[in-house]
Design a protein. Structure first.
Lengths: 215, 224
């Protein structure tokens, strides 16, 4: 008590003990505030993130492909040391399409994250870029708001075009590059092809048919 | 009594965070590719400035001089974290536009600057007014620079404003030139520096013109 009374006087606030108690008190105060805020917002934030994910998945897997809650119907597959979460779109219990993220190195040191939708025959339903740090005006044509380029993947598969033509035109492939930017589309094409190869090598597991299948 | 008129004149113009103090340029360069982004970042910063000035002015008598900086940093960082969580949970559309930039408010030196130079010495109400004025001045600069870069860079103004402010503000979204090819330089960091440079020069010119006419007036009076 005497210590506390001492701290209330201006000269008492010069002591090391007061400084330590002040820092500790403020730290305690703000951690409490943040804990309370976390508790208040956690449910809402999880819900919003789920809605975002749903909205993204809907862009690459049309609603006619499923009657299940594909956000919650997931399987995690280990692909060369990397865990990939796969969302499965089922209709009447049978997996009709799957969706998962693929990543590609972008221009510079940043990474591009994409989501692909693939139907049970290995045909691409759609590709969308979720996040990237490509140059505005050059590499950002991979966004649907800037250009239709990424829509050109829909309907493609590993046989269409044939594997050696899965590249940008500059490399002898069939996909356009952008004026002034080749690295970005090259990275996207390679990642999408990688995504299709991932589907082929894990097909049975992705379609939930490894143990004879559900029907 | 505090001079509220003076506080607002300082914050908005005379001592503007960007145009006079030249602070907080890092978030400025990052977000001002459109007027809408500038407005969103400005308002979020204003909220944090107001709250941090309020809290720090209320605690100013307890905060010892020797440890004030860590205490301020702790308080500001927590306020930004709280703002980040609240916007993510309850203003999610805004969060999708500003998400990346909200944590950047922590490194906005003008927040710590106002805590140190104003809120830690002044009364609570005056400090709140200062936070609000400085924040609005920062918003003004962000929107000005954002508008210039957006108009020159992509020939639109307040694009996606309805995402930030709600559908009622869709009328703000203007496209000045259809099929504009874009002027990439303005959207990249150099464009930000160019626009800022011209704005600074413009403000200096205005201030000098004002000073000159004042001198002339005084001269006139003394002659008569």
């Amino acid at each position: 008590m005497t210590v506390l009374r001492h701290w209330l006087k201006p000269e008492g606030r010069q002591t090391l003990g007061y400084h330590a108690a002040l820092l500790g008190g403020v730290a305690l105060l703000v951690s409490t505030a943040i804990s309370v805020a976390d508790w208040l917002t956690r449910v809402d934030i999880t819900q919003r993130q789920l809605e975002d994910l749903q909205a993204t998945l809907q862009q690459v897997v049309p609603a006619s492909y499923y009657d299940n809650d594909l956000v919650r119907d997931t399987v995690t597959i280990n692909d060369g040391g990397r865990a990939v979460t796969v969302y499965r779109a089922r209709r009447k219990g049978q997996v009709q399409a799957v969706s998962y993220q693929v990543t590609a190195p972008g221009y510079g040191s940043s990474e591009m994250v994409m989501i692909v939708g693939v139907d049970r025959n290995g045909t691409l339903l759609g590709v969308r870029v979720i996040s990237h740090a490509e140059t505005p005006g050059l590499g950002d044509k991979i966004e649907t708001s800037k250009s239709d380029w990424i829509l050109g993947f829909s309907g493609r598969s590993l046989n269409d075009p044939p594997p050696d033509r899965w590249g940008v035109k500059k490399d002898g492939g069939v996909f356009d590059q952008f004026t002034g930017a080749t690295i970005t589309p090259r990275g996207v094409v390679k990642a999408v092809k990688g995504g299709l190869e991932f589907f082929t090598s894990h097909r049975a597991m992705l379609l939930d048919e490894s143990s004879g299948g559900k029907g | 009594m505090s001079d509220y008129r003076g506080i607002f004149a300082d914050g908005l113009w005379n001592n503007n965070v960007v145009l006079t103090q030249m602070l907080a340029l890092c978030p400025l360069m990052a977000v001002t590719t459109t007027a809408t982004n500038g407005l969103g970042m400005g308002l979020a910063t204003t909220g944090v400035l107001l709250a941090s000035n309020l809290v720090i002015a209320s605690l100013r008598d307890f905060v010892a001089q020797e440890v004030r900086i860590p205490v301020f940093v702790l308080l500001i960082a927590s306020l930004v974290t709280l703002a980040d969580m609240a916007i993510n949970a309850w203003l999610h559309e805004l969060y999708k536009v500003l998400g990346l930039f909200i944590p950047l408010i922590v490194v906005n030196c003008c927040v710590l600057g106002r805590a140190e130079s104003f809120a830690s010495r002044q009364q609570v109400l005056a400090s709140a007014a200062d936070g609000l004025a400085m924040g609005l001045g920062y918003t003004l600069a962000l929107v000005l620079i954002g508008s210039c870069r957006e108009v020159l860079g992509s020939a639109t103004l307040f694009a996606h404003a309805s995402l930030l402010l709600g559908d009622g503000f869709a009328f703000l979204e203007t496209t000045l030139i259809q099929d504009y090819k874009g002027f990439l330089l303005m959207l990249l960091p150099p464009g930000g520096f160019l626009v800022l440079g011209f704005l600074l020069a413009g403000k200096r010119a205005m201030e000098q013109a004002a000073k000159r006419s004042k001198v002339k007036e005084e001269f006139h009076c003394s002659v008569q």
